[in-house]
Design a protein around this ligand. Structure first.
Ligand code: NAD
Ligand code: WQD
Length: 339
């Protein structure tokens, strides 16, 4: 039986997607260099699903290692999660980010072509929209000016994949633009395990709540939003994972490039998130108002209509689910996957 390859499948979004793919009856293989994850996440996915996951410890920027996976398996499609994702780190180490994120995309395309694999789903980001003058963001809007190298690697990869589709009429590339993934599997056994101090809001809030960090800095209270703090489209990672299942199903019967926002269409502010987290979990999240973070925009949320109409997918989980599941994972695993 042919298989779906998940590059970066041991990571936060990849591990949740692995569960949805396995539960839907797909056979999967994971390739990960574990630069930002551990084998423990795969062991836990195996426990949740009762299925064994074949995996390769492989770097997708290494052509030989990538090639080996395709030689040894009959691969029907690839979901390409592998990538470095820290915005701040990409500013201090731009070459590392361009090299890792672009070379992995280029290698994959070459190896896929050689092995006649024609279906690819790519983890892109709402960051490619830059700073448009209105919300919600829809897929027809032009991509914008990114404020950091990470964002450029996503925009450039999108361009590379689109050009490859123009040249090869049998190729299918689905570009998924994620908004702000949060939450964890309802078991609380897999979730987001950032290295060091988190940059993203939800992991930061939960580490303050658990007592690892003292207080949250709210970056800016003078944005033109309902309470002055930044507004984002937070999406439960299990909903996001199900979006990949829908994308793979769509890719099975279509060719060419298609772009989909994966978001809820709802915008919540930083203070909305703090208050919801406190209320749902009965905990306290001390915060202080700080300066704006350079590169941040006031408001970003999706128009999710295209994914609903074409993929038949929409987010179902609530803000309460996001807060509860984040907290369950955090409480059960205060040190992430390091027991
Ligand atoms: P993650 O860091 O948890 O997962 C990425 C995985 O890729 C990790 O397991 C890492 O070890 C692996 N990896 C990195 N470079 C690799 C390489 N060269 N070869 C093999 N494996 C490699 O991140 P995530 O949150 O699960 O994100 C998955 C994808 O989605 C990334 O491409 C990310 O840029 C994108 N994305 C994430 C977010 C977000 O907020 N989490 C938002 C938009 C897009
Ligand atoms: C959310 C809001 C902050 C931390 C980033 C990437 C994007 C995508 C998702 C990968 C903003 C505020 C945050 C804190 C705060 N990743 N905040 N205090 O910036 O929307 O998106 O992650 O593709 O590309 O840019 O997410 O979680 O960092 O911030 O006040 O300690 O929370 O200012 O308004 P962001 P975030």
């Amino acid at each position: 039986m042919s298989k779906i390859l998940l590059t970066g499948g041991a990571g936060y979004i990849g591990s949740h997607t692995a569960i949805e793919m396995l539960n839907a009856g797909y056979e999967i293989i994971v390739a990960d260099n574990f630069s930002n994850s551990s084998k423990e996440s795969l062991r836990r996915v195996e426990k949740i699903t009762g299925k064994t996951i074949p995996f390769y410890q492989a770097d997708i920027t290494d052509k030989e290692q990538t090639e080996k996976i395709f030689e040894e398996n009959d691969i029907a499609a690839v979901i390409h999660f592998a990538g470095l994702k820290s915005v701040g780190e990409s500013v201090s180490c731009p070459v590392r980010y361009y090299k890792n994120n672009l070379l992995s995309s280029l290698n994959l395309l070459e190896v896929m072509e050689k092995h006649h694999v024609k279906k690819l789903v790519f983890s892109s980001s709402a960051t490619v929209y830059g700073n448009p003058d209105h919300v919600p963001f829809d897929e027809t809007m032009p991509v914008g000016v990114c404020t950091n190298p990470y964002g450029w690697t996503k925009q450039m990869s999108e361009q590379i994949f689109q050009d490859a589709c123009v040249a090869d009429k049998d190729l299918t590339v689905i570009l998924l633009r994620y908004f702000n993934p949060v939450g964890a599997h309802e078991s609380g056994t897999i979730g987001e395990a950032p290295n060091g101090t988190p940059n993203n809001l939800m992991p930061y809030i939960s580490q303050v709540a658990v007592g690892t960090l003292k207080q949250l800095s709210v970056y800016g209270s003078d944005y033109p939003t309902h309470d002055g703090t930044g507004v984002r489209d937070y999406i439960h990672v299990v909903d996001l994972a199900k979006g990949h299942l829908a994308a793979i199903r769509y890719a099975e019967t279509h060719t060419g490039t298609e772009i989909f926002n994966l978001g809820t269409g709802c915008g919540y502010s930083v203070l909305d998130m703090v208050k919801a987290f406190e209320k749902v979990n009965g905990v306290s999240v001390p915060y202080r108002i700080a300066d704006r973070r350079p590169g941040d925009i006031a408001s970003a949320y999706a128009d999710p209509a295209k994914a609903r109409d074409i993929l038949g997918w929409q987010a179902e989980k609530t803000l309460e689910d996001m807060c509860r599941d984040t907290w369950k994972w955090q409480r059960q695993n205060p040190n992430g996957y390091n027991a």
